[in-house]
Design a protein around this ligand. Structure first.
Ligand SMILES: *Cc1c(COP(=O)(O)O)cnc(C)c1O
Length: 361
């Protein structure tokens, strides 16, 4: 068996020890005589798995007690609707920051439910930076919430600071960098993330919501999207994505074994530095993102001659370095280096990039 280094933006690589443990437990989970996939979600075995996953996540992110942790379905995309349905009253408005494709989709969806004000945008420079807060329009104190995408997966732009929402609940789509390092959950009203980048398998969506925001959902909100209903049902209003929760739980245990999120963050900084140092030193490769806003998770880059893209990708694949093609909307390359990407994978990529530059530049 040969495992490749998988730089996919999502679904993305999972930690190998997690996959090995899942394989070992596939047919008989800890003496239960069945796979986790075959268990009742209300049985004591699965309930213990879900409770452990939530407890470990709360420990990793230091989630305060006045926040609910929900394991839902529908992806981050369904949260583009769930957030306004839960927080924005009919006829209300919300403030959004527009930093790229994902925030654009969130804005488009929110417009179906109320008035959306875009208070800041980086569109003027092709979404290559995170607009500093002093360039934003003032937050509307009557806004239901302020929404931003803390890591734009496609553009590779990350907010390395937390916006000040002036008492208005702050909502963040953290799909592509949650668990990459510690966060101060208490600064947020709602945090949400699709699992398939840095948490676990596709099919699971994490929502962390401050409890005082529960119970505001509009009357026409589908029951399954109502955060209060899901909080009271401990995310089991209907059958939850049981196997995905189990794998996410194994990922949380793995993160704790790595030393928790401070240790993971240090590791992620070392990994990203390997790539960005090369991009900065090279005239052949180029990073389109403003230096201080570069993502530690998604590293887009272009080659001086895009006619060499296919040869670059082919050579990479021959070396077991896969899924490096940039998003179809931006072209070029993108290396996604989530928690599960070992530093050896990044080192192998950097070595290959040097070699390719030497041959082709
Ligand atoms: C991947 C991604 C999404 C979409 O997630 P789905 O789970 O496919 O709905 C939304 N926002 C960001 C920032 C993402 O990276």
């Amino acid at each position: 068996m040969t495992r490749v280094f998988n730089f996919s933006a999502g679904p993305a690589a999972l930690p190998e020890p997690v996959l090995r443990q899942a394989a070992a437990e596939m047919l008989d989970w800890r003496g239960s005589g069945m796979s986790v996939m075959e268990m009742s979600h209300r049985g004591k075995e699965f309930v213990s798995i879900a409770e452990r996953a939530e407890a470990d996540l709360r420990e990793l992110l230091a989630v305060p007690d006045d926040y609910a942790v929900l394991f839902l379905q529908g992806g981050a995309t369904l949260q583009f609707s769930a957030v306004p349905l839960n927080l924005m009253p009919a006829g209300g408005s919300a403030d959004y920051v527009d930093t790229g494709q994902w925030s654009g989709k969130a804005i488009k969806e929110a417009k179906r439910y109320g008035n959306v004000r875009v208070v800041a945008s980086s569109k003027d420079r092709n979404y290559s930076y995170a607009p500093a807060q002093d360039t934003w329009q003032p937050i509307d104190p009557k806004a239901a919430y302020v929404h931003y995408t803390s890591n734009e997966t496609i553009g590779g732009v990350e907010f390395h600071w937390v916006p000040e929402a002036g008492g208005v609940p702050l909502v963040a789509d953290m799909s592509s960098h949650i668990l990459a390092g510690p966060i101060d959950v208490s600064k947020y009203g709602v945090i949400y993330a699709g699992a398939q980048k840095n948490i676990g398998p596709a099919g699971l969506t994490l929502v962390i919501v401050r409890k005082d925001l529960l119970g505001r959902a509009r009357g026409d909100t589908p029951t399954l999207l109502d955060y209060k209903v899901q909080t009271e049902a401990q995310s089991m209003s209907n059958t939850p994505p049981t196997y995905a929760i189990y794998i996410a739980g194994l990922v949380f245990e793995w993160l704790k074994e790595q030393g928790g999120l401070d240790a993971i963050a240090a590791h992620n900084r070392r990994k990203a530095a390997l790539l960005y140092d090369l991009l900065d030193a090279s005239a052949f490769y180029h990073s389109p993102v403003r230096r201080e806003d570069r993502s530690l998770m998604n590293v887009p880059f272009t080659l001086a001659d895009e006619g060499l893209d296919d040869a670059f990708l082919k050579g990479a694949k021959e070396r077991g370095l896969v899924q490096l093609k940039g998003h179809r909307s931006v072209g070029g390359m993108r290396a996604s280096i989530y928690n599960a990407m070992p530093i050896e994978g990044v080192q192998r990529l950097v070595d290959y990039m040097r070699e390719f530059e030497k041959e082709r530049a």
